[in-house]
Ligand binder design. Sequence first.
Ligand code: BTN
Length: 249
Amino acid sequence: MKLNTLNKNKILKNIDVDRINIAIYNTIGSTNDKCKTLKQSNDFNIVLAEEQTKGKGRMGKEWSSPLGNIYMSIAFSGSKSNEPLSLISGLICQEAINKVIGEDSIGLKWPNDIILNKKKVGGILIEKEVLGSDVTNIVGIGLNLKLVKKESWWGDLSEYQHIDRNELINTILRKFISYCDKGIDNWKEKWETSCMHLNSNIKIQSNNIKINEGMCIGITNRGALRISSNKDGKICEYEYGDISIKGVY
Ligand code: BTN
């Protein structure tokens, strides 16, 4: 693993720097929180840190953020209102990692977990700041390149020693900007192709309480999960929640 420090020039290679404000910190509470304090004076405000002391995960969970991984937040105004930014951000990261490692081994777990070998190697936290009619989207991306202390369900990308953090961040940013400018063709089909639990039996839960169990049959255009319930075969759609799959974290 090339653990070179974060480098602005490498991160912004082949990117129109006039559209971007970028700030890189050694230590910060949370890159998402920092992003929220910045005025949206350019197309994209980007905050990166070597480590976070108050890294935030989904559902109020903590995101372990030691040195050596990727902690990035991207803020931008407006959105393609019908599309699920969270799922699309996961797809962008998954495609970027596969491109950089030169393999197809990274998959997705609904709604936006990034998976390698059935373990979670990355996650996305979307937040929105609304000020009058201005909406700023904050896309927080955490990717584990090397974790020393691991929970059983945490994974990392350390088997890919050749990953260059700056190159991976650059690849994510270029894909992200391209999505904001032009969209992604067939994002739903791409997401479903990368989904590691399509046609598997899954449990869906909210606040750790099981609310349904059944066969995952895909997602809707708005990113809701579609399940054919084990009880009665009824098709149910879920916009929020967490899922668990046997054998996966
Ligand atoms: C998840 O729970 O899966 C989402 C994890 C998101 C972590 C990233 S790290 C960069 C950004 N800053 C934060 O505090 N959280 C997100």
